[in-house]
Design a binder for this molecule. Structure first.
Ligand SMILES: [Zn+2]
Length: 398
């Protein structure tokens, strides 16, 4: 008898006949019945590369994440491959004076840090059968305005800020074409938004498609095994597929064998905050709500999924992951395509920050969060925790 309970005057009651706790009572049962698992091959590690030599620059808002020069990136990748790493995603970081209105550095093999890194990896003898290189395909890290494509005339600049000016100053310099049929956006807190007009949503979709096509071919020529368009332009998958298939390379079929992993379902999220530190691609003005999805709409993912499937996406992605598990789960039910989910910078840094304060256990919460993303239905998880997770797998902790 439980005397402590008796002392409080409570009585043992007749319990239920079925008790789920029976199978939780033994670690062997728990392991045997755990069907949500994680393999090293399912992890994609996002990495940041910038031109230079012997560079390793820590990202202040993302513990254990760095910007690497190509030579150091090769060393780091080699080290992590020893832990089981098989897939990486590359993001390029360039100095402000390399940026222009269209982000032309992105398709320039002489100036693109991503292309330099891919070449360095391949020259070191690491083949595609050992490491799959995904190349992020967007322009926000390369344009001087920080948006994911070329701006429309409505959104274009009256002048260049040279990168150092604040938001308020920038909005004064904008040439705003008011009127027309452009619908004012919902009231925003940004200086520019409050003026109404569509200037902030102003990335020119179809001009950007041509730019994406050009960058995709350059990235694949540079060694990308997978291209991953992230800019949420309408028609981006179709345009990239067509450009790759018709590129004057390969055996008469262009790059028809190169898969596209589309950031198909990507929400405009506050969770990307630390990434902008890492990629140095924060929009100089406005936000990305004019092209990324609105998290207040519960069914729009179905439209984006259907379009990307019809345009030939090989893998579809949901981003962010940890705060969009419901979306991952629904997309999983709706498609047979492989599904990736991106556990983004803010989700990563929150766990680190809490762990630093002793409020969460880093290992336990990182593993639980990653397995939750898998349980929701993701085949592949893009995560900055990849090095840690691989280490914990080696130790047998997951
Ligand atoms: Zn972008």
């Amino acid at each position: 008898m439980n005397e402590q309970a008796n002392n409080w005057g409570t009585e043992r009651m007749d319990g239920p006949s079925y008790r789920p706790r029976r199978l939780r009572s033994n670690a062997i049962w728990r392991d045997a019945l755990a069907d949500v698992t994680l393999k090293p091959a399912q992890l994609i590690y996002p990495m940041f590369v910038r031109l230079g030599k012997d560079l390793r620059r820590p990202v202040a808002s993302m513990p254990e994440v760095d910007q690497w020069s190509p030579d150091r990136l090769v060393e780091r990748v080699t080290e992590l491959m020893g832990q089981g790493l098989q897939q990486i995603m590359l993001f390029g970081v360039v100095d402000q004076d390399e940026k222009d209105a269209v982000g032309s550095v992105a398709w320039d093999a002489e100036r693109s840090p991503v292309i330099a890194a891919m070449q360095a990896i391949r020259q070191s003898g690491i083949g595609p059968d050992q490491l799959v290189i995904h190349a992020d395909l967007c322009f926000c890290e390369y344009t001087d305005h920080g948006h994911c494509g070329a701006l429309t005339n409505e959104g274009s600049w009256g002048g260049s800020c040279g990168g150092g000016c604040g938001e308020g100053v920038k909005s004064e310099k904008l040439k705003v074409k008011s009127g027309g049929s452009a619908k004012p956006q919902a009231a925003g807190t940004r200086a520019g938004q409050s003026r109404g007009g569509n200037m902030w949503g102003g990335v020119d979709n179809d001009v950007t498609l041509g730019m994406l096509a050009k960058q995709a071919v350059a990235l694949v020529r540079g060694g990308a095994d997978v291209v991953a368009p992230s800019g949420m332009m309408d028609g981006m998958v179709g345009a990239i597929r067509e450009a790759l298939d018709s590129a004057p390379d390969g055996n008469g079929n262009g790059f028809s064998q190169v898969p596209i992993m589309s950031y198909a379902i990507k929400y405009a999220s506050s969770m990307y905050g630390p990434f902008r530190d890492a990629g140095e691609g924060a929009p100089g003005h406005g936000d990305r709500k004019g092209y990324q999805m609105d998290y207040r709409r519960s069914d729009e993912w179905a439209i984006e999924l259907a379009l990307d499937e019809s345009e030939g996406a090989d893998i579809v992605m949901v981003k962010p992951a940890g705060t969009y598990l419901d979306v991952i789960s629904q997309v999983r039910q709706a498609t047979a395509l492989p599904l990736a989910a991106y556990h983004v910078s803010g989700e990563y840094s929150m766990i680190h920050a809490a762990a630093e304060r002793g409020w969460l256990d880093l290992q336990a919460s990182a593993i639980e969060t990653t397995l939750a993303i898998r349980r929701a239905g993701a085949d592949l998880v893009l995560t900055y925790f990849a090095p840690r997770l691989l280490g914990w797998m080696k130790e047998g902790a997951l």
